[in-house]
Design a protein around this ligand. Structure first.
Ligand code: ZN
Length: 257
């Protein structure tokens, strides 16, 4: 448990990180974009989560911590290697979520690099190209050093909370709305979706298990499918994170004179 001096140091470090190592992606596409992401990757996310997207012709991003493979989390089974291979074969994207599902804000640089190397090796075994990797901070816990390291290693890094992106996104601190059974964010999905449509922004959502009943960090298959259908009905593109960045980059550069 950090003492109050280390807590203060962490707060300052995170505040500094908000303004450092930014990679700004201007949002100038003709329509809004919504990305559905799954953290830790419980087995139910591989099945019901993937299906909720696939039924609508869409795909998602699954942030994998290799150390949770074949393990239990919150009493629920996590993914197997076979399930991750099935996701890739169906066109979903796998991202990195550290290997041990550990807070990255309190690790030394060497410890963090080791965690990330280990997970990159795990994902490479499944055929994931390290150059295409996107990252999600476990528990959303980032700080100055972690952002410095992750900004060099990953195409994007996602924190937790913060709503939707309007006008621009910082690829090294992407925000997310939590689609959890227990409501945790100030705004709700429908409001954020409407704003994403209006501002042609980029809304990233995340959840964990996808089952009925879900854990407090998960969502039911029905509600998830409704959220996907609502994004498409509102005219948004539903794209996993790499595909979303590719799509948004096409519009980001100023047109040639
Ligand atoms: Zn996590």
């Amino acid at each position: 448990m950090p003492d109050s001096a280390s807590k203060l140091a962490l707060r300052i470090s995170r505040r500094l990180a908000q303004h450092a190592f930014k990679e700004i992606l201007p949002l100038r596409a003709d329509v809004g974009v919504v990305s559905f992401t799954f953290d830790d990757v419980p087995a139910s996310a591989c099945v019901a989560g993937a299906q909720a997207l696939e039924r609508h012709g869409a795909r998602g991003t699954f942030y994998v911590a290799g150390g949770l493979t074949d393990a239990l989390e919150e009493g629920k089974p996590c993914h197997s290697r076979e399930q991750l291979r099935t996701l890739l074969a169906a066109g979903h994207e796998l991202g990195c979520h550290s290997y041990s599902h550990i807070r990255c804000d309190t690790l030394t640089a060497a410890e963090l690099e080791q965690e990330l190397d280990r997970n990159a090796a795990f994902l490479a075994e499944l055929g994931v190209d390290p150059l295409t990797l996107n990252f999600a901070y476990p528990f959303g816990a980032y700080a100055y050093n972690a952002k410095r390291i992750c900004s060099k290693r990953f195409r994007s890094s996602r924190i937790t909370g913060g709503g939707t992106h309007e006008d621009y996104a910082d690829l090294n601190a992407l925000k997310t709305h939590r689609l959890y059974d227990v409501h945790v964010d100030a705004e709700n999905y429908d409001t954020l979706l409407q704003r994403t449509v209006r501002r042609k922004g980029w809304l990233i959502v995340n959840t964990h298990d996808v089952e009925d009943p879900p854990s407090r960090y998960g969502f039911t298959p029905e509600r998830l499918e409704q959220a996907v259908a609502a994004a498409l009905a509102a005219g948004c593109k539903v794209l996993p994170v790499n595909a979303a960045i590719d799509y948004l980059l096409q519009y980001a550069a100023p047109a040639d004179a």
